[in-house]
Design a protein around this ligand. Structure first.
Ligand SMILES: CC(C)(COP(=O)(O)OP(=O)(O)OC[C@H]1O[C@@H](n2cnc3c(N)ncnc32)[C@H](O)[C@@H]1OP(=O)(O)O)[C@@H](O)C(=O)NCCC(=O)NCCS
Length: 181
């Protein structure tokens, strides 16, 4: 059975528990510094998750971002802003140097999130992850800490960049509309 991201693992189906670790397991991984799990909360309602997986320290100091929203919560920019917050947090206070985002070429909604955040694209990652029953190629994007520093494309952070371009997060205007002057 696939989780909300469709990630399922090869071989015979495994219990959903394997794919969606219980809170205690997430807590333990988070305490061990292997995972940064967050929920997307809108007015007290859990509508999705953003997480940093595969957190590595030392010379790698990196992680892989994942995110999903309840279908009923899409179309408001929640994912864009939540991923911006996650990346700023990971590359700022957490002190990682690089965060990757891997997206299947057919996942237009997720590619649009990457586009709104202007994530630099690095190329195709062949057979990157087992999703929906097959090893799926993914388009690879990555942000490094320097991108958020002086001279970087998102100097001051991705949330700041979104605010400059589109106004505050509470603005629910469609971003296809003309941005305010
Ligand atoms: C990927 C996923 C999270 C994207 O959700 P989404 O709602 O399209 O993305 P956002 O929450 O950023 O919303 C963007 C939409 O809100 C609009 N919007 C409105 N106000 C906005 C604001 N203040 N800021 C940003 N966007 C805003 C945007 O214009 C955009 O609308 P559009 O789709 O008509 O162009 C969702 O499709 C999902 O959960 N998919 C399944 C799991 C998955 O694929 N995860 C990613 C794996 S790589």
């Amino acid at each position: 059975m696939a989780g909300p991201l469709g990630v399922d693992g090869p071989g015979p189906p495994r219990p959903p528990r394997h794919l969606l670790p219980p809170a205690a397991q997430l807590d333990r991984s988070a305490r061990d510094g292997l995972l940064l799990p967050f929920v997307v909360d809108v007015d007290g309602r859990l509508v999705g998750q953003v997480q940093l997986f595969d957190v590595l320290g030392g010379a790698r100091s990196s992680g892989l971002a994942g995110y999903w929203l309840d279908e009923r919560a899409t179309g408001h920019g929640y994912a864009t802003w939540a991923v911006a917050l996650l990346l700023d947090h990971a590359l700022g206070p957490v002190g990682l140097h690089r965060v990757e985002v891997a997206i299947r070429p057919e996942n237009e909604a997720s590619l649009a999130v990457a586009a709104r955040l202007r994530l630099p694209e690095e190329g195709l990652r062949r057979g990157f992850m087992h999703v929906d029953g097959r090893w799926a190629d993914h388009r690879g994007f990555a942000v490094v800490a320097e991108d958020l520093g002086p001279g970087g494309y998102a100097d001051g952070g991705l949330v700041g960049m979104l605010r400059r371009e589109h106004g505050p997060a509470s603005t629910t205007r469609n971003l296809r509309d003309t941005p305010p002057a």
